[in-house]
Design a protein around this ligand. Structure first.
Ligand code: WQD
Length: 338
C-alpha cells in the first residue's frame, strides 16, 4: 500500500483529502502542529473510512523533527503540503509569522525529500496568486499580480521556491494546485471547517450567523462592478477539491506528469456573488440570515472565477457538487458542532 505524507492533514482541506486518499487505497501519514486544528479530526476521518490515519504532532519548521519523521516512515511515495498559515487579514498584522511559517516549512520539506528518495510533491496553492485578473475566467497562463497580502505573497514565493528547486536539478516532480474558494463539508458531517475564533471566511460566518452564534453577517461592499454590487468568487466544494489531490498524487506516482512542475486551477468555472450565496443559503436551509451590507474589506479583490478547462481535460477532474448541496453540507456540519 503506497504511503502518502499529508502535512496539515488535520486541517480543513487536508482532512477531506486524507479521506479521499484512504478511499483510493493509500496509506496516509498526517503531520500537523495543531496550531489551527485538533487531533480529534483523525477520529472523524476514521469514522468515515474505517481506518485511522497515522498521526504525528510535528511542525514542518522543525527540521530535525521532520528528518526523523522521514527516517521513521520509510518509503513515502508522495507529499501533499497543506500546512501553512492562511488568514489573509492576520498575515497583514503578522507578516513575519507568515513568511517564517509558510516558507521555512516548504524549504525543509524540499531539502529533506530527496534525502529520503521522495520525489513527488503536491503543493496547496491559491487563486490569490492572480490578484485581480485582467481577464475572466482566469486560466493558469494568467500573469501573477503583486500579492494583496503577505499570505498571498507567501503563496507566490512558495511556487517560485518549488520551480527554482526543480530547475536546479532536484529530482522532485511537482504539481501546484491553485484553489479558488473551498467551502462545504463532508456529507457525513464527521469532518468540516473548524475556524478558531471569529471566522474570516464567508461560509463559516454565514453558518455561525444562521446558528445564532454570530448576531449578524456583514456583507463587505455593495458598489463593486458586479451584477448586484457584491464581490464574486468561485466557490468549490471541499470534497471535489480533495478528489483532485488524489488524481494529482496518482499522476506523479505513475509518472504521467508532462512537465517537472505542473499548475492547475481548481475551481468550478462559476462565479457567485456574496449576496447570491446568502440568498442560496436561505433557500436551501430555510433559515433567514440576518445580514447588513457594510463597507468593502481592505485587500478584497472584486471578482475572480476559474477557467478549469485544463484541469478538466488534463486531470480528468471536474467539480461536480452543486452550490446548493455544498451549502447544505456546510449547514449540516454547523448544526452538528453547534
Ligand atoms: C469571500 C467573499 C469577502 C466574510 C481568501 C484567500 C484564499 C483562501 C480563502 C485560504 C469576499 C466576503 C467574507 C464576511 C463577507 N484562503 N465576505 N463577509 O477572501 O475570497 O479568499 O480565503 O484558503 O486564498 O484569498 O475568501 O471567504 O474571506 O471572502 O462579505 O464575513 O466574502 O468580502 O468578497 P477570499 P473569504
Amino acid at each position: 500500500m503506497q504511503k502518502i505524507l499529508v502535512t496539515g492533514g488535520t486541517g480543513y482541506i487536508g482532512s477531506h483529502t486524507v479521506v479521499e486518499l484512504q478511499n483510493a487505497g493509500f496509506e496516509v501519514i498526517i503531520i500537523d502542529n495543531l496550531s489551527n486544528s485538533s487531533a480529534e479530526v483523525a477520529d472523524g476521518i476514521a469514522r468515515i473510512t474505517g481506518k485511522r490515519p497515522i498521526f504525528e504532532k510535528l511542525d514542518c519548521c522543525d527540521y530535525e523533527g521532520l528528518k526523523n519523521l522521514f527516517a521513521k516512515h520509510a518509503g513515502i511515495s508522495a507529499v501533499i503540503h497543506f500546512a501553512a498559515s492562511k488568514a489573509v487579514g492576520e498575515s497583514v498584522q503578522k507578516p513575519l509569522l507568515y513568511y517564517r511559517n509558510n516558507l521555512v516549512s516548504l524549504v525543509n520539506l524540499l531539502e529533506l525529500m530527496p534525502k529520503f528518495g521522495v520525489e513527488n510533491f503536491v503543493f496547496s496553492s491559491s487563486c490569490t496568486v492572480y490578484g485581480q485578473p485582467d481577464e475572466l475566467p482566469v486560466t493558469e497562463q494568467a500573469p501573477r499580480k503583486p500579492a494583496e497580502s503577505p499570505y498571498g505573497n507567501t503563496k507566490q514565493i512558495c511556487e517560485d521556491i518549488v520551480n527554482d528547486t526543480v530547475k536546479s536539478g532536484s529530482n522532485i516532480k511537482g504539481i501546484l494546485l491553485r484553489y479558488f474558494n473551498p467551502i462545504g463539508a463532508h456529507p457525513s458531517a464527521e469532518i468540516g471547517e473548524l475556524p478558531l475564533g471569529v471566522p474570516q471566511n464567508l461560509i463559516p460566518f454565514v453558518t455561525q450567523t444562521a446558528a445564532g452564534i454570530r448576531p449578524k453577517l456583514s456583507v463587505f461592499g455593495s458598489d463593486y462592478n458586479t451584477p448586484d454590487g457584491s464581490c464574486v468568487r468561485d466557490y468549490i466544494n471541499v470534497v471535489d477539491l480533495a478528489k483532485a489531490h488524489v488524481i494529482a498524487v496518482k499522476r506523479l506516482v505513475e509518472n504521467k506528469n508532462k512537465k517537472p512542475v505542473e499548475v492547475f486551477n481548481l475551481g468550478t468555472g462559476r462565479g457567485l456573488s456574496v449576496l447570491e450565496i446568502v440568498k442560496t443559503f436561505e433557500k436551501v436551509t430555510g433559515v433567514k440570515l440576518n445580514y447588513e451590507v457594510v463597507g468593502s474589506r481592505a485587500g478584497d479583490i472584486e471578482k475572480v472565477w476559474a477557467n478549469p478547462d485544463f484541469a478538466n481535460k488534463e486531470l480528468g477532474w471536474k467539480a461536480a457538487e452543486t452550490i446548493e448541496d455544498t451549502l447544505a453540507s456546510a449547514w449540516k456540519w454547523q448544526q452538528k458542532i453547534s
